[in-house]
Ligand binder design. Sequence first.
Ligand code: ATP
Ligand code: MP5
Length: 266
Amino acid sequence: MKNLCKALTIAGSDSGGGAGIQADLKTFQAFDVYGMSAITAVTAQNTVGVRSVMDISPKLIYDQIEMVSKDIGVDACKIGMLSNAEIINAVCKALKATSLKRVVLDPVMVAKSGDFLLKKGDEKHLVKNLLPLCYLITPNIPEAELIAGISIQTNEDMMQAIFKMRDMGAKNILLKGGHMPGNNLTDILFDGENFHRFSSQRVDSKNTHGTGCTLSAAIAASLAKGENLYHAVKLGRNFVLSAIKEAPVNIGKGHGPMYHNIKVSY
Ligand SMILES: Nc1ncnc2c1ncn2[C@@H]1O[C@H](COP(=O)(O)OP(=O)(O)OP(=O)(O)O)[C@@H](O)[C@H]1O
Ligand SMILES: Cc1ncc(COP(=O)(O)O)c(N)n1
């Protein structure tokens, strides 16, 4: 029987299907990885915005993580929307109790539409309690600014923010450059020793809802398959790029979803 790798997403549900749990499971599927979920919050959203959010109880979140870990097993995990400090702490407790390895944290704070997905001020719990338990964190520029406490305008600022996040306990950091200006888009990976730059042309598309979710899920899927960090990031970026480029139709009136039905070759 073939060896099936398994990945867990701990994230919020996006009713529009472009981000959150839905994007993560589609991505796991594309990487031929068995997908499991621990839902942290249910959002009523579409490509234009978020209308309402209901948080799941911390106990139910803890139980989802423990139930799948105990029985099925988790080769890698990604974390997205956590909504508030109580949920962050329940996830920390579950990560410790289940000794989950290869945890990728996408520190989701604000949706592309501008709606808050983490209670203002609660990012300090994310940094203090969760960040040191994770293998990789994948902040975008505004998230890195908030975590590191500096403004990021240049490449040097990006490096400075990475050093600050390392000093806060982050082991490996992928600082995403999607929010920097210009047509050339660079993400920087710090693997605890060296910097690696990944550059590509910005694709002129409005279908970029869920790029961060999809990237972190793709990296987790590759890690579940045993890829090393550098190669997992490379595969993840290629996947996102193809998923933006190959969207066959515009879905919704705002930032549409990407196309997750991409063939992945290792
Ligand atoms: N227009 C684009 N063309 C090509 N690559 C892009 C584009 N926008 C984002 N990316 C890539 O997608 C990934 C996510 O980047 P970004 O900085 O947008 O993250 P994010 O803000 O967390 O995403 P989101 O909030 O939409 O989920 C990065 O690898 C980035 O380089
Ligand atoms: C449940 C959930 N998780 C994450 C995002 C971030 O994605 P984006 O920044 O593309 O809106 C989202 N909108 N909804």
